[in-house]
Design a binder for this molecule. Structure first.
Ligand code: PXP
Length: 246
């Protein structure tokens, strides 16, 4: 099986920084540390309300990183302009609601097909890999392929929530959906990524899905780094991913 890439999402370093409004902790420093600890990429979500990552963070990440930046954003004109200015390696289109605490569901690609096809065309032309964050749903995957996305990221939130609630029947059903839909997406020529809510307890079955090429993990790793340091927190995730893949 091919090596599974780990993208480390550093949004919540910025959350802690912004709690006091100063300059520390610096998400770019965390990103460089994650790089040194074996992250294959860095993910940052510039939200419309700038609640964690800010515009200056994206500028600084583009300058500082040697691994690819996966720039997460909502499908708005403002974000498209920012992405076209920076031309990051990848752009991940996510749904965004101001009142949500985190990205709650996948994007409704099927309903917005024409608009999204027009939206992503210039991003693709600029050389960005376009990834669409969706639920493990056949209709959405087919729509993602039709609009010309190169990548889909499967939302693992429902699987992780079911695990933490002890609802193992739902968790296993969600995992089965992910297994079937990652195979289906791959058969359509899409590269498959996954993420949201993953922890040491939930990562192994997702990492074992052969078509999944990349996991994007943030909140748990930043939280865990309080107790064991960021390099060690990332190292343990890397070890579990490699073990699942072996
Ligand atoms: N992938 C996507 C598309 C996301 O929106 C997020 C959350 O920003 C993640 C992965 C990472 O989720 P978490 O922080 O729960 O690990």
């Amino acid at each position: 099986m091919s090596k599974l890439r780990l993208g480390v999402n550093i949004d919540h370093v910025a959350t802690v920084r912004n709690a006091r409004g100063g300059a520390t902790p610096d998400p770019v420093r965390a990103a460089k540390m994650a790089e040194a600890a074996g992250a294959d990429g860095i993910t940052a979500h510039l939200r419309e309300d700038r609640r964690h990552i800010g515009d200056a963070d994206i500028d600084a990440l583009m300058d500082a990183l040697t691994v690819p930046l996966n720039f997460e954003m909502a499908a708005t004109a403002e974000m498209q302009a920012i992405a076209l200015r920076h031309k990051p390696h990848a752009v991940c289109i996510v749904p965004e609601k101001r009142e949500e605490r985190t990205t709650e569901g996948g994007l409704e690609v099927a309903r917005e097909e024409n608009a999204l096809a027009h939206y992503i065309a210039p991003l693709r032309e600029a050389g960005c890999r376009v990834s669409i964050f969706i639920a493990a749903d056949k209709r959405q995957i087919e729509a993602a392929a039709r609009i010309g996305a190169q990548v889909i990221e499967l939302h693992t939130g429902a699987y992780c929530d079911a695990h933490s609630e002890g609802d193992f029947a739902t968790r296993d059903a969600e995992l089965e959906k992910m297994r079937e839909m990652s195979t289906f997406a791959y058969s359509l020529g899409l590269e498959v990524h996954a993420g949201h809510g993953l922890t040491y307890e939930t990562v192994t079955p997702i990492a074992a899905l052969p078509e999944v090429m990349e996991l994007n993990i943030g909140h748990f790793l930043i939280g865990e780094s309080i107790f064991r340091g960021l390099p060690d927190a990332i190292g343990e995730m890397r070890r579990l991913m490699d073990e699942a893949r072996a």
